[in-house]
Design a protein around this ligand. Sequence first.
Ligand code: GLY
Length: 278
Amino acid sequence: MPANEAGMAAALKGASALDMVEAGARLVESDPEGQSVGVGGLPDRDGHVTLDACIMDHTLNAGSVCFVQNIEHPITLARRVMEDTPHVMLAGAGAEQFAASLGMPTRDLLTPASAAALKEWQATSEYAPIINIENHDTISLLARDEQGRLAGACTTSGLAYKMHGRVGDSPIIGAGLYVDGEVGAAAATGLGEAVMRTLGSFLVVELMRGGMSPQAASEEAIGRIMERMDTADLQVGYIALGADGETGGHAIHPHFSYAVHELKRGNIKGSLVESSHA
Ligand code: GLY
């Protein structure tokens, strides 16, 4: 909800959809209480906080960074990749070098609370992330502005206690996020490996291109995962936004909620939606 409020506050000042999703993502990236994104993100099993993020606009412009460390706002770095380089994706040391060339400050993202959580995990080192807590590891935002332009952003510290070097779906265009201004936008949260194997966000947008509503397309994409994988311990959720502003969302397991804000006659209307589940 606070991320949406940041995006809507930007919208009221005339921001584009791209500015809105970046503003929302930045708010969450700076929040040390959130242990799944940016500052305070849970580290990998070696104690490194490594971040993935991507951003995309209605014209198929996209930017992405993966496996970056010590950068508070990977979403802004991803946007700069999109706007200031001929590339879509920069990784690791190369992305950090690009951030330094832009004058972006560096800081240690590991908070005492996240360091303590790692220490507790290391006592057993059991790799069984808890659904909806350690598996709920990402924020994805989709926006449509007054001119009808769509944009999306996705930012994460990834799966808690992952192997060092692991990159998830969140920086992968088509997996963690996809936007086609003529059709709609979709984004993912949850276990990146399942999203990458099904190229989930692209799938949702393509299903919408074929005529499905955002809700039906999200349900179909979740269904594809459920048909082919053992989902007992696996959570994935999609949110989707049509070019006309219709929204939808679906998840494998209950209690993945998402927030919808609409600007109606000058008032911000916000609500939490519990994504339905099979
Ligand atoms: N969905 C984020 C990740 O798996 O890293």
